[in-house]
Design a protein around this ligand. Structure first.
Ligand SMILES: *Cc1c(COP(=O)(O)O)cnc(C)c1O
Length: 427
């Protein structure tokens, strides 16, 4: 069948009911699967046959939803994970181990920064962080012989920097490593990183993809375009036999299209068990069915709120990539022509005290450790999600002490602006 439009894929991707089968795919709420012979089962364990045997590794409901996200991103293979954190962890740990190094944009989500700079550092993986505004030369010199990946976010949470794909892809290709992009804020409706040359995409599906604040989850999608065997010495985990899987060489057996996700499933999911529950995958899919309808409204509200704030005397500064005059407006025009997201970052004059007064006076927007939801919510990252970072790290991540992250839902934009106006009166 011809590749369908993104709207059709949101609704119908990943699953086609055969004659007499349920129109909505079933929730396979089963930990295990029955086989008639021991031999049939052992073929699965040798990765010689396809099939399910234990839901710690793979589950049909999860795979159906992963397939839809794979189609939305235009990838070759995908897997769901229990959270966005697990997705980003797997995406790196699948190709890097103790003694290796990764180059990373400093404008990333606080949780990812902690994962990389503290927890994965303890595992012996070293990260070099540099501002996404760096020059091509600065990016170039960050690479070392043991660098295994380049990582960034399409639109960073919460600093809203837009990734310069051209610069990052060029560096990744020059140094023979995959560019891994966390596409959580843009979603495949507004940006498909593979079309710009990225190799692997991750998501916190907890955000827009679910969109209703219902299910924590993550996803990894592989483009299938990175040639592992051409960099054989750098990626022994993919290019030499896996003794924990009876000597299978992933890049040979599954090709560039399947090697990365098969290895992440067979090794990392087997050993860490960070699988999404089938029930959560089902809930996630209900969100995906309206993603293409919700995203334009999130963007419309985001632009309206950003425009209002820009002209307000009590607002010190506003960041919204799709707002004319924004420092990343040109990048947004280039990579996010349909809109960026619903998240607006800004500072209220009067610093932290004013920010707190403002936030608690809001009535429609609620204070939450959440973002990218149908309901409008807001947060002061410096005192919450990014609390573990010191001032230097906060600055590198683009999170100033007065930054408020305001995530526009899909309510009426005039109501949101009236709510903000009334709250600013109290400051
Ligand atoms: C929330 C978020 C994550 C972490 O996802 P969880 O589902 O909360 O584990 C990773 N990256 C970005 C950009 C996020 O916004």
């Amino acid at each position: 069948m011809k590749k369908t439009g993104i709207e059709t894929t949101c609704v119908q991707g990943g699953y086609t009911a055969a004659n007499g089968e349920p129109r909505q795919f079933p929730i396979v709420q089963s930990t295990t699967f029955r086989y008639e012979t021991g031999e049939a089962m052992s073929k699965l364990f040798d990765l010689e046959a396809n099939g399910y045997f234990y839901s710690r590794l793979q589950n049909p409901t999860c795979d159906t939803v992963a397939k839809k996200i794979c189609e939305l991103e235009g990838g070759s293979a995908a897997m769901l994970t229990s959270s966005g954190q697990a997705a980003n962890f797997f995406s790196i740990f699948n190709i890097a181990s103790a003694g290796d190094h990764v180059v990373c944009s400093s404008a990333i989500y606080g949780g990812t920064f902690n994962l990389f700079s503290v927890t994965m550092k303890k595992m012996g993986i070293d990260f070099t962080f540099l501002t996404p505004d760096c020059t091509a030369e600065e990016l170039d010199t960050a690479f070392r012989p043991n660098t295994k990946a380049l990582f960034g976010e399409t639109i960073s949470n919460p600093s809203l920097k837009v990734l310069d794909f051209e610069k990052f892809v060029a560096a990744a290709n020059k140094h023979g490593v995959p560019l891994i992009v966390d596409n959580t804020f843009a979603t495949p409706v507004n940006c498909r990183p593979f079309e710009h040359g990225a190799h692997i995409v991750t998501h916190s599906t907890t955000k827009y993809l679910d969109g209703h604040g219902s299910a924590v989850g993550g996803c990894i999608v592989d483009s299938g375009t990175f040639d592992w065997m051409a960099h054989k010495d750098k990626y022994p985990g993919l290019c030499t036999p896996d003794e924990s899987y009876h000597g299978v060489t992933y890049a040979e057996r599954f090709g560039n299209e399947g090697a990365f996700i098969t290895k992440a499933t067979a090794q990392l999911m087997r050993d860490f068990g960070s699988i999404q529950s089938p029930m959560n995958a089902y809930i996630l899919n209900l969100g995906l069915e309206s993603l293409h309808v919700r995203m334009p409204r999130h963007c419309e509200n985001g632009l309206a709120v950003a425009t209002y704030l820009k002209n307000h005397e009590k607002i010190a500064w506003v960041r919204y990539p799709s707002l004319e005059g924004d420092e990343d407006f040109a990048l947004a025009e280039k990579y996010l022509p349909n809109g960026s997201c619903g998240v607006v970052s800004f500072g209220v004059r009067g610093g932290r005290a004013a920010a707190e007064k403002f936030m608690s006076a809001l009535r429609l927007a609620s204070i939450e450790t959440h973002v990218a939801d149908a309901r409008t919510c807001c947060l002061h990252p410096a005192s919450t999600t990014h609390r573990q970072m010191n001032d230097e790290e906060l600055e590198a991540a683009g999170v100033s002490a007065d930054l408020i992250r305001y995530s526009c839902g899909i309510e009426n934009k005039d109501d949101l602006i009236a709510d903000i106006a009334a709250a600013l009166e109290t400051v």
